[in-house]
Design a protein around this ligand. Structure first.
Ligand SMILES: [Cu+2]
Length: 287
């Protein structure tokens, strides 16, 4: 049993061990295999295929299992490491210690958005982007998008999602605007003028590689999704009578049948069900 800590409480020794283990995973090739997995399951509504990772109810359990994969691989390198989480409602500035030279490094430079500081800066020689290189082989970021500013989600915006007692609603995709915790937190449930909320807005605030299917090219991905995972837990604590939906496979004739994972259906690529992923307390805890 290990503890996932708030990133702001990590000692400099812990930050060093975490980043060293990530760099070793990158060197071995295992990191890029994980990036490829995320990209493969980044299937939008319009594709009319099974949606398991995003724009669907299994967004939370799929990412829980995906983070466990990453964390187990890190722990094979250094058993004392776990994934920290980033509470973006409180550490909401590019000046946060998260973005310092001794941890994730900062924003990209003007022009090509190339990250110039920290262990993942291309010029340090240890972090070449190889999956989804249409953009660039160097890590890019644009924290807060100064030329067209965007702010991180507030505590109130997060609470708006957590307060919804219904896990998810039909049509179980990005257009599920009738409510539902999942889409309010994943962040598609927003008026056009606003575009993104909560989880999605954080990807946009970081910018660069974090905005597409190959977002795990930026190690900030894991800290963001560890907090998303913790939020799922907070929602469960607040609504003990609610559970994952849909509880059963969708009926014949439903346009979403075969495209959405029900509570006891297996999620690729691990063939584990949302029910099996709905309680993390035997695996790890949050500080
Ligand atoms: Cu994400």
């Amino acid at each position: 049993m290990h503890t996932r800590q708030n990133q702001k409480n990590l000692t400099s020794a812990q930050k060093k061990r975490f980043t060293a283990a990530v760099l070793e995973l990158k060197r071995s090739g295992a990191y890029d295999a994980l990036v490829r997995t995320h990209d493969k399951y980044f299937v939008p509504d319009r594709d009319r295929k099974l949606r398991v990772g995003h724009m669907s109810p299994s967004f939370f359990p799929w990412h829980r299992r995906y983070l466990l994969e990453f964390e187990r691989q890190l722990q094979e390198i250094d058993a004392g490491v776990s994934v920290p989480y980033w509470d973006w409602t409180t550490d909401s500035s590019p000046a946060s210690s998260l973005w310092a030279d001794d941890f994730l490094g900062g924003t990209g430079r003007t022009g090509d958005r190339k990250v110039m500081t920290g262990p993942f800066a291309y010029d340090k020689g240890n972090w070449t982007v190889t999956v989804g290189i249409t953009e660039s082989a160097f890590l890019t970021r644009n924290l807060g998008r100064p030329q067209n500013p965007i702010t991180l989600p507030t505590a109130a915006e997060l609470q708006w999602a957590i307060d919804d007692p219904t896990y998810d609603v039909a049509p179980w995709d990005s257009t599920a605007t009738a409510g539902g915790f999942r889409n309010k937190l994943e962040g598609w449930a927003a008026p056009k003028s606003e575009r993104w909320r909560n989880h999605n807005k954080v990807h946009q605030w970081i910018g660069g590689h974090m905005t597409g299917g190959t977002a795990p090219n930026d190690p900030a991905f894991w800290l963001h999704h560890a907090f998303v995972d913790l939020i799922w837990d907070r929602w469960q604590q607040k609504h003990p009578g609610s559970g994952y939906l849909p509880a059963a496979p969708l009926a014949v004739g439903d346009l979403q049948r075969g495209r959405v994972i029900a509570r006891d259906e297996p999620m690729p690529p691990w063939n584990i069900t949302p029910r099996e992923m709905s309680d993390h307390r035997s695996l790890y805890r949050y500080e």
